[in-house]
Unconditional design. Structure first.
Length: 134
């Protein structure tokens, strides 16, 4: 089941839009996300872009400490490309080999997270979302 839990955003409607979901194609939503879900951030550009760009995401835990940093170099060829994506996955040591980080205590990850999005080195949006790990 896809899940959406957006609490607040500082992106202006005329600028960059960020939606956080556990659905990789963003077809459905729900009230909260689990630490077992992969969390996707869909970033809509204010206008279609072409050329070389850099998309970055800084993922902050509920305690305010940065947990992950995502850096995605982009080569946008079609002028209609205006929706970009970042993702975060919490996996335990007993899960798949592709471990990005392993929670030592679910309480550390349970609560309101913050994603700060940068485009070409400029901070363009902040999105808060909720994870439930218990």
């Amino acid at each position: 089941a896809a899940v959406l839990a957006v609490i607040a955003s500082t992106a202006r409607a005329a600028d960059y839009s960020v939606v956080v979901s556990t659905d990789p194609v963003f077809l459905s939503t729900a009230a909260s996300m689990s630490c077992n879900d992969k969390v996707y951030a869909f970033i809509s550009l204010p206008k279609p872009s072409t050329g070389t760009h850099l998309l970055e995401g800084r993922w902050y835990k509920p305690d305010g400490k940065q947990q992950e940093y995502t850096r995605v170099p982009l080569e946008l060829k079609a002028p209609g490309e205006g929706r970009l994506q970042l993702w975060l996955k919490i996996e335990r040591a007993s899960d798949a080999v592709d471990v990005l980080f392993t929670p030592s205590d679910d309480d550390e990850f349970d609560g309101v997270w913050t994603l700060v999005v940068f485009y070409d080195g400029k901070k363009v949006a902040t999105r808060k979302f909720s994870l439930h790990c218990a």
